[in-house]
Design a protein around this ligand. Structure first.
Ligand SMILES: O=c1ccn([C@@H]2O[C@H](COP(=O)(O)OP(=O)(O)O)[C@@H](O)[C@H]2O)c(=O)[nH]1
Ligand SMILES: O=C(O)[C@@H](COP(=O)(O)O)O[C@H]1O[C@H](CO)[C@@H](O)[C@H](O)[C@H]1O
Length: 345
């Protein structure tokens, strides 16, 4: 990829040489490795896959079956497959178990700790409940998941030196109600995360999908960083890791195309606010900005009235507490490490 472009006024624009070099040698494609090659590359290391799932009964079963049949039975690449049931109100847990996953309720992991809600909480609990040396995170709402998602993310971790964390990237169509916009997905990425990361952590500007829900890392690194409990978890990881390990310890892999269940615009508004608050928190944490007045954390949204007049604007008021909560690095949390994994040669 030529990391230069001509600006609107004809001037030559270019990403920094660091980004250009990183794009060249820390980006790759999922097809670069076969499962058999990665099994041979394990050399005693074990692999866990964690799927956070809240009300994903429609899609989680196929994802689990794909991993179990192709990456556990046909090739012993994945040693542990865990679905974290994150307060589902549907049959997610039963569907996942039937398809062959281990299943744990989010609140049943480290139950003595205070409870939190959110995706990051599900991921942190999944990390705590597994033992693999390498951990792969895959969302449970994917419609076109393939085993290459997992082999692609594991490739750099099993075959490259110095890589601690690998993000997936893909084309993200916006497909809903029979309408499909080829690259309309990743709305929070394009409208919120990418602009802010480019402004404040330009070294991360080479990530095609900084919010991708498919990524993998080395356990000792994943257990050394905090997990924001809500949707700020991905952006929090990227900032914390680039500050701690440096850009060269991060990689990204082309996984092709990804379609998933899309949330409403208002839900993405809440997600955006959580991501913005996470970035503001990191700006202060890394001494890049000091806010004389801390941001408010109550989000007021308005939706078409279903309960009749009450707000004076003929709409229902939806209030969300966006207080940033995060789990400490798991390495600091005493826990039963009794569960071990069979280590293959
Ligand atoms: O509190 C939560 C919120 C989300 N998720 C899961 O995290 C993944 C990504 O969440 P979502 O699809 O809501 O985010 P999006 O992909 O729309 O940004 C999905 O498997 C969700 O079921 C979860 O386990 N707990
Ligand atoms: O990338 C995005 O903009 C959002 C929303 O995606 P869509 O606009 O619904 O395709 O999805 C991602 O963001 C979440 C917050 O980081 C992640 O948890 C999701 O896994 C990821 O799909």
């Amino acid at each position: 990829m030529h990391a230069t472009r001509t600006g609107t006024d004809g001037t030559e624009l270019a990403v920094s040489p660091e980004i250009g070099t990183w794009l060249e040698h820390r980006s790759g494609h999922a097809d670069a490795w076969t499962a058999a090659e990665l099994v041979a590359a394990k050399r005693g290391r074990t692999v866990s896959v964690v799927i956070p799932a809240r009300d994903e009964a429609e899609t989680v079963g196929e994802i689990v079956r794909t991993i179990r049949t192709t990456l556990m039975e046909a090739a012993p690449l994945v040693d542990e497959l865990l679905v974290v049931d994150s307060d589902s109100q549907d049959t997610t847990a039963a569907v996942a178990a039937e398809a062959g996953a281990d299943v744990v309720a989010q609140d049943d992991v480290l139950p003595a700790l205070p409870r939190h809600r959110g995706k990051g909480e599900a991921l942190w609990k999944g990390l705590a409940a597994t033992r693999g040396d390498l951990v792969v995170f895959v969302d449970g709402d994917l419609y076109d998941f393939t085993a290459a998602y997992v082999t692609g993310l594991l490739g750099p971790l099993l075959t490259r030196q110095g890589v601690d964390y690998v993000k997936g990237f893909y084309h993200r169509p916006l497909a809903e109600d029979g309408h499909r916009e080829a690259d309309g997905g990743g709305r929070v990425t394009e409208l919120v995360a990418r602009p802010l990361l480019n402004m404040f952590w330009p070294q991360l500007s080479g990530f095609v999908q900084p919010l991708a829900g498919e990524y993998a890392g080395r356990r000792e690194v994943l257990e050394a960083i905090p997990f924001v409990t809500h949707y700020g978890v991905e952006v929090g990881h990227l900032i914390d890791l680039v500050e701690w390990r440096g850009l060269d310890a991060l990689a990204q892999i082309d996984l092709g195309e990804r379609t998933h269940r899309h949330q409403t615009t208002q839900a993405l508004g809440r997600m955006s606010a959580q991501i913005i608050l996470t970035i503001l928190d990191r700006l202060e944490r890394y001494d890049r900005m000091s806010l004389s007045v801390p941001p408010a954390t109550l989000l007021a949204q308005f939706q078409r009235a279903v309960t009749g007049p009450g707000t004076g604007v003929e709409r229902d008021l939806v209030l969300t507490d966006l207080t940033l909560e995060e789990r400490d690095p798991l390495a600091r949390v005493p826990r039963d490490t009794g569960r071990s994994l069979r280590r293959t040669a």
